[in-house]
Write a protein that binds this ligand. Structure first.
Ligand SMILES: [Fe+2]
Length: 260
């Protein structure tokens, strides 16, 4: 099973070259590079929009994503408008009145996945209770041999913080500790590999869960200083390979690198 992650496209219909960067060209590079990796699935993990999501912007994206040549799943980021996803991307993004977020449990070719909607900058208590229940059920299923003892979690915001002074200070997941507590509660029974974006840099770290932060297709942000500073590099995408036992191998591919 091969999954490609694309994140933080930051597209806009009017402001097409923010900071002098052609974000649409970068998005086309990401789509073409993803397609060349022959994935089974692509996950676009939020911040499709530069500043604010709109029905007009989202309506322009299915033709772009059609170039992937495979199914794709979308997550909203803090710059997106989840209520506008359904009209552009189909019924699976329709919001229910009683659960107005885009959390989804997905079986991707035998790989259990959770997509979590952190576009409000936090996960609500009811979202966390749902995650806890799903992971408890996964644990029971794995114990009776129904599926691998692991889950891939996709979320826009990093849950393990402490590696980016600017983003940790300015735009962290507000209740990251609570989210982390729910996920790590299941760490003895399940291996959890979490994939995120939002921080506009590449990082991997382990603390109860294994977290992979993927660079943006727009610009990268220097993790060292407390103030905003652009870091050269990118655009990039992430390739994630999962074997039948659920073991994960992953690599970030930057433009101008070759990948076989
Ligand atoms: Fe973001």
């Amino acid at each position: 099973m091969r999954i490609v992650q694309i994140t933080d496209l930051h597209l806009d219909l009017e402001e097409r070259t923010p900071h002098g960067i052609d974000v649409w060209e970068n998005a086309r590079w990401a789509v073409a590079t993803a397609r060349d990796a022959r994935p089974d699935l692509v996950v676009v993990s939020g911040d499709l929009a530069l500043h604010y999501g709109s029905p007009e912007l989202y309506a322009a994206l299915p033709p772009l994503f059609a170039g992937l040549g495979c199914d794709y799943l979308l997550l909203p980021g803090n710059h997106d408008d989840r209520s506008a996803f359904g009209a552009a991307f189909g019924r699976r993004y329709a919001l229910r009145e009683d659960t107005p977020w885009l959390d989804r449990q997905v079986d991707a070719g035998g790989v259990p996945m959770l997509l979590l909607d952190s576009s409000a900058g936090r996960l609500e208590e009811r979202q966390l209770a749902w995650v806890d229940a799903v992971l408890t059920a996964r644990t029971a299923a794995a114990a009776r041999g129904a599926g691998p003892p692991g889950v891939l979690v996709w979320i826009h915001h990093p849950v393990l913080t402490g590696f980016h002074r600017y983003m940790d200070g300015a735009y962290p997941l507000q209740n990251a500790d609570a989210v982390r507590a729910v996920l790590t509660r299941h760490r003895r029974a399940l291996s959890i590999e979490l994939f995120c974006g939002h921080y506009h840099c590449e990082d991997s770290r382990v603390d109860g869960i294994r977290q992979h932060t993927t660079p943006s297709t727009y610009m990268q942000i220097d993790p060292e200083p407390e103030e905003f500073r652009v870091l050269p590099g990118g655009p990039a995408i992430r390739i994630v390979d999962v074997d039948t036992a659920g073991a994960v191998e992953t690599v970030v591919v930057y433009r101008d690198e070759r990948f076989d």
